[in-house]
Design a protein around this ligand. Structure first.
Ligand code: ATP
Length: 236
């Protein structure tokens, strides 16, 4: 069974229709990437999954229909949404931001172990554990957003353009960490990216949205080899 499945989903804002009958699935332990140009509806898809906007169609987590649940309930069920622009609490320390991520958990010993594991993944966060998140660089804040999402022990992580605005060397560090998280913890991920080359490298499956419709789906290798995708998104 897929961890996350979207079936025939349509959504928008008021009278503006953005997504038209789209379907996608994230399999257990897989990384799926959602590609598309500016305004294609990628962020809107993530908002629908995490219960931030209304939609028609179905969103299933481990086969359970999420319709009607609020963002908080959906997060508790195991959908961690790392928002575009990061969304860390700037006045809290790095460590307190991580603890916020563990809000639904009561296993104190394990929580402490998980914090240490995140510090191993991102040594920069360990060095800055007592610093306020607002004083971190963009790359460090993105690492913190990923770390906080992990503290939820999610079934699936939704990441909205994690590479946005970061220097290439930081992007590499971040993507290496995402790959390591996926491989060692088996966390399923749905990653929205404009940087298609990068995302396809770590993805198992790929989806391409164009003006709210799903136009290409397949394995990451199939999608990377698709001529139209290469011309429009991969630049080669
Ligand atoms: P980007 O990479 O620019 O974030 P995207 O593929 O994530 O693009 P969305 O942010 O999902 O695209 O936006 C899809 C469409 O929905 C756009 O036309 C956008 O203007 C519109 N839209 C997004 N948010 C809202 C909102 N809160 N109210 C009204 N329209 C919105």
């Amino acid at each position: 069974m897929s961890v996350l499945e979207i079936k025939g989903l349509s959504a928008g804002y008021g009278r503006i229709a953005v997504l038209h009958n789209i379907s996608l699935a994230v399999e257990e332990g897989h990384v799926a990437v959602l590609l598309g140009a500016n305004g294609a509806g990628k962020t809107t898809t993530l908002r629908a999954i995490s219960g931030m906007i209304k939609y028609s169609g179905q969103v299933l987590l481990d086969g359970k229909d999420l319709k009607g649940l609020g963002p908080d309930q959906i997060a508790r069920l195991g959908v961690a949404h790392g928002v575009q622009g990061r969304g860390t609490f700037v006045d809290l320390t790095v460590e307190d931001n991580l603890m916020v991520g563990a809000f639904r958990r009561k296993d104190k010993v394990q929580i402490a172990e998980d914090v240490e594991r995140i510090y191993q993944l991102f040594p920069r966060l360990a060095e800055r554990r007592k610093q306020k998140a607002g004083s971190l660089s963009g790359g460090e804040q993105q690492m913190l957003a990923v770390g906080r999402a992990l503290m939820l022990k999610p079934r699936v992580m939704l990441l909205d353009e994690p590479s946005l605005g970061l220097a290439p060397v930081i992007i590499d560090t971040l993507y290496e960490a995402l790959q390591q998280i996926n491989r060692t913890l088996g966390t399923a991920m749905l990653i929205v990216e404009q940087n298609a080359n990068l995302a396809l490298e770590i993805a198992n499956d790929a989806y391409v949205l164009e003006t709210g419709s799903m136009v290409v789906t397949g394995t990451a290798a199939q999608v990377a080899a698709n001529d139209a995708v290469r011309a429009a998104y991969l630049g080669h």
